[in-house]
Every structure is written in structure tokens, then in C-alpha cells.
Design a protein around this ligand. Structure first.
Ligand code: ASP
Ligand code: MG
Length: 420
């Protein structure tokens, strides 16, 4: 059996939902579990609802939610004929779930409400799509994944309870697959043992697909995206970017680590553990081969270019010209951990340490203040971190031309240049 995942962009119009149906028809007589995200930007819109609700702006929350409801009702109206009434009723039950949550004043933590409300996007989209597919003769069973994915109550970043989830899959999904060729369910969401909804972290549907793939021992997992496959650079900024036909799990983990936004990083481990190949394919042109990620060592890879903007460089100088010692470094790392700051590049010298991090919120300023007891601190912002895997000298030259390199680090496979 196969697991497919369709993201928000692949279902954000009537045409694209029809395209999803066409893709499924290319795989007849095959058992499939299809994981679907919320439509388009619904998750962002639901975030607005929660924020307004939690801050006591009830009317604004209601207004945002009305807009979301209307979008889904309109989509359902366009797509459905025979299943229209039944779907309308199902949707109104789901809408009511959200409205009940917002009925009283918030009494619990923000993240709890976030999950109770934001989880709805995936429930709406899958309800409509499942009904549409059934109407088109693509017989399927809709499953509320909150009855399957058991998680802890770490709201907004819930961890999967693997043994319980595995049992649920064995007892509830496997029998359905005997009866149906197609099961439609949600990515991104789960529930605690007290039936509170949870979410797995933004963009978490890839991970949901991987967990299902692992526990169902799928022959493959396919993520359908609006790109031709995984490319060696962002085609928006590098028109010469090419599709990489084949990668191994390690390479994709490295790419995610250096900041390539290709697949949710948690997706790989569940697949790697069972050697399940991951395909990234283009839903706009399903005949394109796309990219396959698997165990097998791959052939020669093109240079892979990853750019992270908005970088800050902290230049830490020892106060009394004493050598930078391990105790100072360990203090630095303690602060980084406390402030939840990820280091993108670090270099130590005799009396200086240079640390490059993302410049988000006020993190860098807070870190600089915390470190100023131990070091003389200078901060430079608005830098760009360029990482090239499988680099060649001409590519480094081309990519850094006309720029001042503030810091450069090179290992056998990877070069990183922080530029101004
Ligand atoms: N709908 C969720 C999000 O936008 C999950 C996902 O798309 O993977 O983050
Ligand atoms: Mg998405």
C-alpha cells in the first residue's frame, strides 16, 4: 500500500482538487491512505481566529471564522451535487466544534486553544474532498485522525505516542483497507488520551504521512507538491536550478539542517527506520519523475545551494585578552540553549568567538546582553548565509561574486559563507 500527502497548495482551488482526483485515478487497484492538509492558507487564518479569541476580541475572531466557513461552504457548493446536503451538515458540526471552544472566556493556556481551533482546517478540507471523491466514483472512507494519532499534551508540538497509535492503526485503519482501496485522513493533527485535539507543529503533515507510512509498512510515501521535485536551489532565486532525481536520507537531513525548506525535517526518521522510499512529485504534472529519497547511496549530486537571509553575527571578544577557554564556550552554549537560539555557524579563535544565528524577534539582542558580562560583544545584522553542499570552486566564486565574505567555513562536502 501507498501513502500520499497533498499539501495546502495542492488543494487551494476547484481545479486543483479535481487534479487530485485525477492523480488518484492513476493508481487504480492499489490500497492508498491519503493525508491532506488544510486548504491554501486556512491554517494561517485559523491562527488569526485563535489570537483574536484569546485576546478577547470576540467579534474579530467571529468575523475571521465566518470568512473561513464561507470559503469552505463555497468550495463544497462548487464541487458537490449528490453529497452536497450531507457534507453541509458534516461541515456545520465541525464549525460548531470550533464555535463551542470560543463560546466561553479562555481559561487555559493559549497553546491549548490554538490546537482546539487550528486543527479544524484539516477536518474541513478532508470532509469536502472525501465527499467529492465519493461522488466521482472514487470510493473512499474518511477517517478522523484524532481517533488514530494519540499524542502527548504538548500543545502545538505534540509528540506521537507510538505504541497506542500503532494499535489504533492496526485495529481501525487496517480493517478499513480490507474494505476500501482509499482512506482519506488529515495531516498535522492528533489527540490526547483525554480527547483534546493537538497539532504536531506547522507544516507537520509531511510528518503525519511518514508516521502512517511507517506504521502501515507502506511500500512508498509520496508527497505531492507544486514543484517538479526537490531542486538543488530555490528556482525563484536561481533560475538555473535543476531537479535532483535521487537523494539519500542523509542528504535530505543535511539540506533541512542548513535551511532548505523542502520537507518537514521530522519526516525522514520514520521512513528511514523502515527503509521506505519517499517520492516528491509534482501534482501539476504527475508524469514527471520527481525526486526519490531512499537508502541507496546516490550518484554524483549537483552543487546544492541553500541561502538563509536575516542572519546576525555576534563577535565575542574576551574582556581581558585571555584565551577563550572551554568554560567561556560552555557558558555561551548554556545561554544559547536557554534562549532557544540555534547556531548556524560558529568559529573560535584565540580571543574571539564568532556566532552566526537567525535574527528573529529580539533573541539576538537578548543573547548579546546576556553575554556582555563575559565578553565584549559586537553584533552585525542583515547578513546572508550561503551554504553549498558538494561545492566546486567555480560555484563558490559565482555565488559570492561582488559580496564581502565575513566568515567562511569549509569541510569536505560543505562550504558556508556568511556575506554582507
Ligand atoms: N496545515 C498545516 C500548516 O499549514 C500543516 C501542513 O500544511 O503541513 O502548517
Ligand atoms: Mg502546508
Amino acid at each position: 500500500m501507498k501513502v500520499f500527502k497533498f499539501g495546502g497548495a495542492s488543494i487551494n482551488s476547484i481545479e486543483r482538487i479535481k487534479q487530485l482526483a485525477a492523480i488518484l485515478q492513476n493508481y487504480p487497484n492499489e490500497k492508498k491512505v491519503v493525508v491532506i492538509s488544510a486548504m491554501g492558507k486556512t491554517t494561517n487564518a485559523l491562527e488569526k481566529v485563535v489570537e483574536a479569541f484569546y485576546q478577547g476580541r470576540k467579534a474579530e475572531a467571529a468575523e475571521w471564522f465566518e470568512r473561513i466557513k464561507r470559503q469552505h461552504q463555497d468550495t463544497a457548493k462548487y464541487l458537490l451535487v449528490t453529497n452536497a446536503n450531507e457534507t453541509d451538515i458534516r461541515l456545520s458540526h465541525l464549525f460548531a466544534e470550533v464555535e463551542w471552544t470560543m463560546h466561553d472566556e479562555p481559561a487555559r493556556a493559549f497553546n491549548y486553544y490554538y490546537d482546539q481551533i487550528v486543527c479544524a482546517g484539516e477536518l474541513f478540507s478532508t470532509t469536502i474532498i472525501s465527499a467529492y471523491l465519493n461522488e466521482k466514483g472514487i470510493r473512499n472512507k474518511w477517517v478522523d485522525v484524532r481517533d488514530i494519532f494519540r499524542t502527548d499534551d504538548h500543545f502545538r508540538a505534540a509528540g506521537i505516542d507510538w505504541p497506542v497509535t500503532e494499535r489504533n492503526i492496526r485495529e481501525k485503519i487496517s480493517p478499513l483497507l480490507d474494505e476500501y482501496d482509499l482512506v482519506i485522513t488529515q495531516g498535522f493533527i492528533g489527540a490526547t488520551d483525554e480527547n483534546e485535539s493537538t497539532t504536531l507543529g506547522r507544516e507537520g503533515s509531511d510528518y503525519s504521512a511518514a508516521v502512517l507510512g511507517n506504521l502501515l509498512n507502506a511500500s512508498e510515501v509520496t508527497i505531492w507538491k507544486d514543484v517538479e521535485g526537490i531542486m538543488n536551489a530555490d528556482p525563484k532565486t536561481f533560475p538555473q536550478a535543476v531537479v535532483i532525481p535521487e537523494l539519500n536520507y542523509d542528504e535530505i537531513i543535511e539540506m533541512a539542517y542548513y535551511g532548505a525548506q523542502v520537507i518537514h525535517p521530522k519526516t525522514i526518521k520514520p521512513l528511514e527506520n523502515k527503509a521506505i522510499p519517499l517520492f516528491v512529485k509534482c501534482f501539476l504534472d504527475p508524469l514527471l519523475p520527481g525526486t526519490v529519497i531512499r537508502h541507496k547511496a546516490t550518484g554524483k549530486l549537483p552543487p546544492i545551494i541553500i541561502v538563509k537571509n536575516n542572519q546576525a553575527l555576534l563577535n565575542l571578544h574576551s574582556k581581558d585578552f585571555s584565551f577563550i577557554e572551554e568554560s567561556a564556550i560552555s557558558q555561551l552554549y548554556r545561554f544559547l540553549a536557554e534562549k532557544n537560539i540555534t547556531v548556524n555557524l560558529l568559529q573560535t579563535g584565540a580571543v574571539t568567538v564568532m556566532v552566526c544565528t537567525d535574527d528573529t524577534n529580539d533573541n539576538v539582542n537578548q543573547l548579546a546582553a546576556a553575554l556582555s558580562g563575559t565578553f565584549d560583544v559586537q553584533v552585525e545584522k542583515q547578513l546572508r548565509l550561503l551554504t553549498i553542499r558538494h561545492y566546486t570552486t567555480p560555484v563558490i566564486t559565482e555565488m559570492t561574486e561582488g559580496k564581502t565574505i565575513v566568515l567562511q567555513q569549509q569541510s569536505r562536502h560543505t562550504v558556508q559563507c556568511l556575506t554582507r
